[in-house]
Design a protein around this ligand. Structure first.
Ligand code: AMP
Length: 108
């Protein structure tokens, strides 16, 4: 398995996890760009956000992903406001090719 986030999902690589359920895991980014910088990651390996199908299955998966982002940001991290970033593809600045959503916040 050469995907870093699959290895974190499998527990083979350490991560500062803040949340986990059947389908998602969330952990602190190792190079934080904000006082709070957490990545929300689906356990299912999908290379990039644009690979989700443009159908009901894709809608369910994207809905579940962003529902989890909101849950982690508000309930787990207690953020009153936050910023979400998704880099999609090399031209979108994506470095790790396993879908993830950046949750940034904690500014005063
Ligand atoms: P992206 O450019 O959207 O693909 O961002 C990948 C993010 O993953 C970067 O912000 C990295 O700092 C972060 N990252 C890379 N490896 C790890 C790791 N082992 N644990 C936590 N965060 C990581």
């Amino acid at each position: 398995m050469d995907c870093v986030f699959c290895r974190i999902v499998a527990g083979e690589l350490p991560a500062k996890k803040v949340y986990e359920d059947e389908d998602f895991v969330a952990f602190h980014d190792i190079r934080p760009k904000a006082p709070v910088h957490v990545l929300v990651v689906p356990k299912e390996h999908v290379d990039r956000l644009s690979d989700y199908p443009d159908d009901e299955t894709g809608e369910k998966k994207l809905g579940a992903l962003f529902r989890t982002v909101n849950r982690v940001a508000t309930k787990v991290l207690g953020l009153d406001g936050y910023r979400v970033i998704v880099n999609v593809g090399e031209k979108g600045g994506q470095e790790i090719f396993h879908v993830h959503v950046h949750v940034l916040g904690g500014w005063r």
